[in-house]
Design a binder for this molecule. Structure first.
Ligand SMILES: C[S@@+](CC[C@H](N)C(=O)[O-])C[C@H]1O[C@@H](n2cnc3c(N)ncnc32)[C@H](O)[C@@H]1O
Ligand SMILES: Nc1nc2[nH]cc(C(=O)O)c2c(=O)[nH]1
Ligand code: SF4
Ligand SMILES: [Mg+2]
Length: 261
């Protein structure tokens, strides 16, 4: 059961087929972010999210979700066709969907290393080799003055909903206690670091897991090379100042976040 079981699979069809996931894309690329940056990986991108970051680089899984329904068996077959050792399950928010549990168990059973990219608001008891947790800071909250960057969807009630739901310490604690993890924060400005520090102090206070500074990654905000160029120098400076790790966004550097990368 998810820790916060009241989360609804918002923005996904209500007539979801059993054992199927709403899938936006499956592709093979280099892991662009985090401790495994540079590792060839097959990505399964589910659609639908319980949050709405203004900067979301996957607009068609959050603000205007699109997907086809695909069974776990069919997804495993498609992953097998790409080959390799590493699979990244991402979204949208992949932990929203019940069949993600079976998908991760099946991938693990076939010997894949699994990374789950998650916003850290929903816990699932399943097989995860690396929980790549990206808790959302106040600077991610959409407002009328800061609407979604990837399209013209209306902010509407999402300002309040995102703000209310973005941090769930019981869920973050369950994730870091259950799985090998990284905590990956999107940095938009210097002011974000006070919130990172406060969040880590709170989380370290409520969990028995050890959170090393080297498990904390600062990632510059930017869905394009131009946007990244504005934030990467400051993010590197902040990583050095605070003793945290810097993570690049290799897929943006290499391919400008083109579809399928
Ligand atoms: C699209 S999200 C999907 C997984 C999950 N919903 C989450 O937010 O962690 C994948 C990763 O991209 C990051 N991300 C999204 N938009 C970004 C942007 N404009 N700049 C930098 N990172 C971004 C998220 O923080 C997360 O680490
Ligand atoms: N190459 C590449 N690496 C990634 N790492 C995390 C991604 C994501 O969207 O979750 C991502 C992505 O979209 N592409
Ligand atoms: S939580 Fe992830 S998928 Fe959802 S809006 Fe934010 S970045 Fe996009
Ligand atoms: Mg991405």
């Amino acid at each position: 059961m998810p820790v916060n079981a009241e989360v609804e699979p918002s923005d996904t069809d209500t007539d979801a087929p059993v054992d199927a996931l709403p899938v936006n894309e499956v592709f093979h690329s280099l892991q662009g972010e985090g401790k495994l940056a540079g590792v060839p990986s097959t990505f399964v991108r589910t659609s639908g999210c319980n949050l709405r970051c203004w900067f979301c680089d996957s607009y068609h899984t959050s603000w205007e979700p699109t997907h086809g329904w695909e069974s776990v068996d069919s997804l495993v077959e498609r992953v097998d066709e790409h080959g390799g050792e590493h699979v990244v399950v991402t979204g949208g928010e992949p932990m929203l969907h019940d069949p993600v549990v079976e998908l991760l168990a099946a991938l693990s059973g076939r010997g894949y290393h699994t990374t789950v990219e998650t916003n850290g608001t929903i816990y699932r008891d399943t097989h995860v080799d690396l929980a790549s947790i990206s808790p959302k800071l106040a600077s991610s909250t959409p407002t009328e003055a800061r609407p979604p960057a990837g399209g013209d969807a209306a902010v509407g009630s999402w300002a309040e909903r995102h703000e209310a739901d973005r941090l769930q310490y019981d869920t973050l604690a369950a994730l870091v206690e259950s799985y090998a993890f990284q905590l990956k924060f999107v940095v938009t400005g210097r002011e974000d670091l006070a919130e990172v520090e406060a969040l880590l102090a709170e989380l370290r206070g409520v969990t028995s897991a050890t959170i090393r500074d080297s498990d904390v990654l600062l990632m510059p905000e930017g869905a394009t090379r131009e946007a990244l160029a504005e934030t990467c120098d400051l993010t590197a400076e902040l990583a050095l100042e605070h003793g945290y790790r810097y993570t690049p966004r290799l897929h943006v550097d290499l391919w400008n976040d083109a579809p399928g990368t």
